[in-house]
Design a protein around this ligand. Structure first.
Ligand SMILES: Nc1ncnc2c1ncn2[C@@H]1O[C@H](COP(=O)(O)OP(=O)(O)O)[C@@H](O)[C@H]1O
Ligand SMILES: [Mg+2]
Length: 314
């Protein structure tokens, strides 16, 4: 039977869309030349043993491109955790932590097996691309200051001896399935561990007062499972670079946050919130050399202190 495609969603932060067939066994992505590069990349890392869907077929039609991959399951690990807590603000199920550790370890092992030495240029372009620094500093020129650059440069010094590998840049529970990892549009080189270690830490950047969270014990267990895998393949524990990884994640979560309409107080508040988390991250990194996501306020706790909330302007 020939597949018929039902629209799923527009692609986040890119042209194009995602479609699913009738029995939900396959997904189809449509887009332009960037999607073609994404498909080529996905095929390349599949050949390296990364846990990714195989590209079943692809087609070009002028500037348009499309490719089809098998479904990795009906629910991502985010969907499973979200459904399990049913809207309440509760710890995620331990089974999701275990599944996240299993798929994370497989990705980390494949990345470690194909790692190469870091160069300053490659580390710099990782900060620019994974941290979206062009956008972050354009939208927040006050943060494009010597203090930020000193901290980023210290982070790169610490990372100079870690190997780098092909990475996802937007890895998290929404793109993770026990069977593998989807959605490779923002790929590039990153220090080994950048994708996988922050997975449970970055839940805090959402600021939610509803939905799941990861307890300290769950985060520690997840990190220990990844370290065990890394020790086997790499002979070292990338968890020591969690502070550097989180610094770049703080930039990533600040990207594209400035609302086009500054009188939109809900959006302005979220922007302000991410600015505050970035600043907290920089301060903690400077002071203690680590970033503790458990100290991040929720968006609701943050709101009463916010300028935007009080005055409604920027
Ligand atoms: N191979 C797949 N297996 C299972 N679900 C998929 C697959 N590809 C896409 N999806 C579903 O479609 C959604 C959007 O796809 P994704 O590539 O992550 O787009 P976006 O760039 O918008 O995040 C995913 O969150 C997931 O629910
Ligand atoms: Mg996605």
């Amino acid at each position: 039977m020939k597949d018929e495609w039902a629209f799923v969603k527009k692609r986040t932060a890119a042209e194009g869309a995602v479609w699913v067939n009738q029995d939900h066994s396959r997904y189809r992505r449509t887009g332009d030349s960037r999607l073609k590069a994404e498909a080529a990349f996905q095929q390349r890392i599949a050949a390296l043993g990364y846990p990714v869907p195989v590209v079943l077929e692809s087609a070009s039609d002028g500037p348009e491109f499309a490719f089809v991959e098998p479904s990795l399951g009906a629910a991502s690990l985010h969907d499973v955790a979200w459904n399990a807590v049913d809207g309440a603000h509760l710890p995620m199920p331990d089974t999701v932590v275990d599944d996240a550790a299993a798929v994370g370890a497989r990705l980390l092992e494949a990345q470690a097996e194909h790692a190469r030495p870091a160069t300053r240029a490659a580390l710099r372009s990782w900060v620019e691309e994974a941290g979206w620094t062009g956008n972050v500093f354009a939208e927040n020129p006050d943060l494009d200051n010597p203090r930020t650059h000193t901290v980023l440069s210290a982070a790169l010094d610490r990372l100079s001896h870690t190997p780098m590998c092909w990475a996802h840049y937007d890895y998290g529970l929404p793109n993770a399935f026990l069977a593998g990892v989807i959605d490779w549009q923002h790929h590039g080189l990153a220090p080994v561990g950048y994708d996988t270690y922050p997975t449970l830490e970055i839940i805090a950047f959402k600021g939610g007062n509803k939905g799941y969270y990861a307890t300290g014990a769950q985060r520690a267990k997840y990190t220990a499972a990844l370290d065990e895998a890394a020790l086997r393949v790499l002979g070292s524990r990338p968890s020591r670079y969690m502070p550097e990884f989180l610094l770049i994640k703080a930039l990533f979560f600040l990207a594209l946050m400035k609302p086009a309409d500054l009188t939109d107080t809900a959006k302005a508040l979220k922007w302000d919130y991410r600015r505050a988390l970035f600043t907290m991250g920089v301060e903690q990194y400077e002071r203690a050399g680590r970033i503790d996501t458990a100290t991040f306020p929720s968006l609701d706790d943050f709101a009463p202190q916010s300028e935007h909330c009080r005055t409604g302007d920027a």
